[in-house]
Ligand binder design. Structure first.
Ligand code: BGC
Length: 770
């Protein structure tokens, strides 16, 4: 499916249109602003072979809900699925030359170029097309999904008849005849409903405004999808409606060589954000404002937003063009994917496709959160606010799971309800609670934002920590044990004492207790409010401390490694030598139980703990654990290679560090997992950043202090990344000459370079080490 893109540092582009790669290209060339996501399907639509396209438009957090059907039921299973809907396609512009419709799959494409630019945020297309009759037209389009206005997108569409005069017609549509894709056998694709999920409530069709008002059947949301056009040439207009499809047609007689420019503005408003009866008015006002600004102004806003983003977040790597492109592509897509309103989060596929149904996972906290924390901390805060918004649902879920107290976050969800239908690799992943707590700790270490902690964080920490007391218990030897959970590795399920879970739960309880004690000491009034809000009983904090201190952390003295869980090392090792390549990923070729009874990992588990809890292990421990788990890990999950890369760097396996990193950095661009057509892999995209900062940069945060231990892959001349810390911006640049730390903005910062204390300040902003 893949084709090769030229290696530009700041864009992806292609110079030919190929139906065979169209499905994938729709994902790669998708645009988004954290709310709206438009796949890269052309404005005129795509009528190629079946299975080569999904013309999707998505709104982060806008979902339909359906009961999950279990032929064999059990108490407490997740009841409803929430899935991101394919919403009306409002970007449609069909171009007619006389009676011939512009279509890349008909006639002859004389020249073609398409480009997605990470600095302008524009998706641009430049085509010269010859119709079957021989008539010719040049088409230029520029598309943007506004970073400045959450609800808005815009398309500039310029057509020029070549050779002879022509009558051009632009059919501009808002099309509600859209469906979600049907699930096949791949659990990573959506399982969504097949019928139209949105019923029509009303339409408005006027010369300057076309709008569909629809409603979801079960989740009860109202949605308005609207568009308007501005045409810079004398024209006649016709309005039409065909069921769920609104058409505004513009007919323009044009002389050869004369460009006609049409600008389409589109917007979406839903009752997840505003009262249903305000949506039409808001949409109308949004489009009026956009018409007033004009496309160029919107494009300028886009560029300004991105200039600011890159000034904070750009990662530069000299010596490998393919990699540089991959890194920026990933960062750009992360920015396009992340919800930033406190009500939405970032789904496993962003807003680029229907894979994993628009669900949010632990991917956010453990992989994606650090990227935003250190590059755009205000977005990181919004991601944490989202978890606070989900606290009531997490409390309810905890009660369903027989926990008298506390809150249990869902393994996968959109609005907070548990949506994982397969509990062994879903609800059983209780580590989600510790992952959320870990992200709060990281956030506090990097920002010291006590206001967040008081308003939201402390409550989350306490409520989620309680679950460990709920599921754990003391064994006969007095150790605190956690039974019947699944750790991060989804090829091993329902085990006792998963190392990662136990170690993360231990930190979680310690952190919750120390945060509580600090607030009680420093802010007694706030503490009174928080402890009342969670109805904290006497002795609960001591219980956290006691369980944390007694936590069982498995260690195998013979092998000198940390067993993934109580039974892992006693299982038979998977027959890797006897497994042909076409049997990977294993999850598509073997029953889960066959996989579960073997030593085989889908992804980093203990190895992830080596990163997150770095200071708890010696370098020798890390090396032995890495060696052991590398031999039994398939990396069938896209969340795996980046973590192996980071630990390989730390233990001195430079070649492996580089190879694993390369697997992650261009995972989507090169479609190495073969499923990018269903959407980008946001965790792996962020894992690329982790690979640079934590891997090659050797960055760790220990007791709130940042430490670096950079290495330079021999393939590169230099690399550089930036991090926000306590409101300041630090640049780390590593080359053969050494490491240079530069304070780009803000107050003095203290950190360590390979054990040496360093301070950079406005007076002395640069420090260098050979
Ligand atoms: C991984 C999970 C991950 C999910 C969504 C699965 O393949 O095993 O760890 O949360 O994908 O990205």
């Amino acid at each position: 499916m893949q084709h090769t893109y030229p290696l530009d540092a700041w864009c992806i582009r292609e110079t030919s249109f190929d139906a065979a790669s169209n499905f994938l290209d729709e994902t790669l060339f998708a645009l988004g602003n954290g709310y709206i996501g438009l796949r890269g399907t052309p404005e005129e639509g795509y009528a190629g072979p079946a299975g080569t396209s999904l013309d999707g438009s998505y709104l982060n957090g806008f979902y339909e809900s359906e009961p999950i059907q279990y032929p064999e039921n059990a108490f407490g299973l997740a009841r409803n699925n929430q899935f991101m809907l394919n919403v009306p396609n409002a970007k449609g512009i069909a171009l007619w030359l006389g009676d011939e419709r512009f279509d890349l799959l008909q006639g002859r494409v004389e020249s073609y170029a398409r480009r997605l630019d990470f600095r302008t945020g524009l998706l641009e297309r430049d085509v010269v097309w010859q119709a079957p009759s021989g008539r010719r037209v040049q088409l230029r389009s520029r598309r943007l999904v506004s970073f400045a206005s959450k609800h808005l997108f815009a398309i500039e569409f310029t057509a020029t008849p070549l050779g002879s005069d022509a009558v051009l017609r632009f059919d501009c549509t808002v099309d509600g005849e859209v469906r979600n894709q049907q699930a096949g056998d791949d659990p990573r694709v959506g399982s969504a409903t097949t019928g139209p999920a949105l019923k029509l409530e009303g339409t408005e069709l006027a010369p300057h405004f076309a709008a569909l008002q629809q409603r979801t059947h079960n989740s009860g949301f109202t949605l308005v999808s609207a568009a308007t056009q501005v045409l810079d040439a004398a024209h006649t207009q016709e309005l039409g409606q065909d069921g769920y499809r609104l058409v505004q047609s513009y007919t323009v007689p044009v002389q050869a060589g004369q460009p006609v420019r049409l600008v389409k503005y589109g917007c979406y408003y839903s009752s997840r954000d505003y009262a249903a009866d305000e949506l039409l008015t808001r949409a109308r006002a949004e489009l009026e404002a956009a018409r007033g600004l004009g496309f160029d102004q919107l494009a300028a806003q886009q560029e300004t937003y991105l200039a600011d983003f890159w000034a904070q977040a750009d990662v530069e790597v000299a010596g490998d063009d393919a990699l540089q492109q991959g890194i920026r592509f990933n960062q750009f897509h992360l920015l396009q994917s992340v919800g930033r309103d406190g009500k939405t989060n970032i789904s496993a596929k962003g807003v680029t496709g229907e894979g994993y149904e628009g669900h949010y996972f632990w991917d956010t906290e453990i992989y994606i959160f650090p990227f935003f924390l250190y590059n755009k901390p205000e977005i990181a805060r919004k991601l944490l606010e989202y978890r606070y918004a989900g606290l009531p649902a997490a409390r309810e879920r905890a009660r369903q799971m027989a926990h008298a107290k506390g809150a249990l976050y869902p393994w996968r969800t959109i609005a907070g309800e548990e949506c994982s239908a397969y509990f062994p690799a879903g609800t059983a992943q209780y580590h989600i609670n510790a992952d959320v707590a870990y992200s709060i700790k990281q956030y506090m270490d990097a920002t010291g934002d006590d206001a967040y902690l008081l308003q939201y964080g402390a409550e989350i920490l306490l409520e989620t920590a309680r679950i460990w007391l709920g599921i754990g218990s003391y064994n006969r030897a007095g150790a605190f044990v956690i039974n019947e959970v699944t750790g991060p590795d989804e090829y091993t399920a329902l085990v006792n004492n998963n190392y990662y879970t136990n170690a993360m739960a231990k930190l979680h309880m310690q952190f919750a207790a120390s945060v509580a004690e600090r607030i009680a000491r420093e802010q007694p009034l706030e503490w009174a409010r928080i402890s009342a809000a969670v109805a904290l009983a006497d002795g609960e904090l001591e219980e956290f401390r006691r369980a944390a201190a007694a936590m069982l952390l498995p260690y195998d003295a013979t092998l000198g490694i940390h067993p993934q869980d109580d039974s892992f090392l006693d299982k038979k090792v998977w027959d890797f030598a006897g497994t042909p390549d076409d049997k990977y990923p294993l999850l598509l070729n073997y029953h889960p139980m066959v996989i579960y009874r073997h030593q085989v990992c889908k992804q980093a588990d203990v190895v992830l703990a080596l990163l997150l809890l770095s200071e708890q292990f010696t370098l020798e421990d890390k090396k032995r654990d890495f060696d052991y788990y590398e031999a039994v890990t398939t990396h069938d999950s896209s969340l795996s290679s980046c973590i192996f890369s980071i630990i390989a760097s730390e233990v001195g396996y430079q070649d492996k560090a580089y190879d694993y990193f390369m697997e992650t950095a261009r995972l989507d661009l090169d479609d190495t997992h073969g499923n990018t057509h269903y959407g980008v892999h946001t965790a792996a995209m962020a894992g690329t950043w982790l690979g640079v900062a934590y891997g090659f940069g050797g960055m760790r945060v220990v007791n709130g202090e940042v430490r670096f231990a950079p290495t330079l892959p021999k393939q590169w001349q230099h690399y550089q990344f930036r991090i926000h810390l306590h409101g300041s911006l630090l640049q780390v640049r590593v080359s053969a000459a050494g490491t240079q730390y530069t304070l780009l903005r803000g107050e003095a910062l203290a950190f360590q370079h390979r054990g040496t204390p360093v301070t950079v300040s406005p007076a002395a902003p640069v420090k260098e080490f050979a």
